[in-house]
Design a binder for this molecule. Structure first.
Ligand SMILES: O=c1ccn([C@@H]2O[C@H](COP(=O)(O)O)[C@@H](O)[C@H]2O)c(=O)[nH]1
Length: 243
């Protein structure tokens, strides 16, 4: 496998569509490119577990981005159900606290104990959404201090609960790795190729810079899905990170 191939597998394309039909059209255009696929709330609530299974049958690695945030017992059950689906990665909100994150991990373990040979999904905690700015964090959400401190607190909490990593912006990756270790996985949305609109994202970086910071996975939606030619947009991103 060359460098470009291995990096493509670390690009997660956000399939933010209102139905399976829209997502299938994009998959057709990206056919043969072995990137990760992300199913979030919009698509999952419309197309359900069946679409996740379809992606798995087509051979994709799948990140199920449902950001669970509920009482520990409920999250444990949700986590077990998601693990039964056979996804490769899923997440919970770190804001749910340590007991909730531990329950998520227990849900995974419980599901795997009934499925010998099944592979363990990467379980990650959402720190601060990449749409959240420093001002919103302090003035609306009411968390004092810097964004970096807030993200690092959640990252440490996720690590102590036994999670595999976190979702954060690429701006925080270096400090997360310093604090939680190089193998603690970072998954970073808020990715914008040079010249593309930030939209509702606040903490953004280019794909090339994000990988240079040491991120493990980048998540990209609209710069690909809203492009006139999504395949060309993805190929340009791949080229930008391999030069
Ligand atoms: O902090 C977070 C957590 C998740 N996301 C998700 O990533 C994609 C980003 O899409 P773009 O179109 O590239 O902005 C989207 O599915 C979000 O739900 C995030 O952006 N930030």
């Amino acid at each position: 496998m060359n460098r470009a191939d291995s990096l493509v597998g670390r690009i997660i394309v956000a399939l933010d569509y209102p139905d399976a039909g829209g997502a299938r059209q994009l998959l057709k255009r990206l056919e043969g490119i072995p990137c990760y696929m992300k199913v979030g709330m919009e698509l999952f609530y419309a197309a359900g577990p069946q679409f996740v299974l379809e992606l798995k049958e087509a051979g994709y690695n799948v990140f199920l981005d449902l950001k669970m945030h509920d009482i520990p017992n409920t999250v444990k059950g949700g986590s077990a159900s998601i693990t039964h689906l056979g996804v490769d990665m899923f997440n919970v909100h770190a804001a749910g606290g340590r007991a909730m994150m531990e329950a998520a991990r227990e849900g995974v373990e419980q599901a795997l104990s009934g499925q010998p040979g099944a592979s363990k999904p990467i379980l990650i905690g959402v720190t601060q959404l990449t749409s959240t700015s420093q001002q919103v964090l302090n003035e609306e959400i009411g968390i004092a201090g810097s964004m970096e401190e807030a993200v690092l607190r959640y990252a440490e909490s996720a690590k102590s609960a036994g999670l595999d990593g976190v979702v954060a912006s690429p701006l925080e990756v270096t400090r997360i790795k310093e604090r939680c270790g190089a193998t603690f996985v970072t998954v970073t949305p808020g990715i914008r190729p040079a010249g593309s609109a930030a939209g509702d994202q606040s903490r953004v970086m280019t794909p090339q810079m994000a990988f240079a910071q040491g991120t493990d996975y980048i998540v990209i939606g609209r710069p690909i899905t809203a492009a006139e030619d999504p395949r060309e947009a993805l190929e340009n991103i791949v080229q930008s990170i391999t030069v």
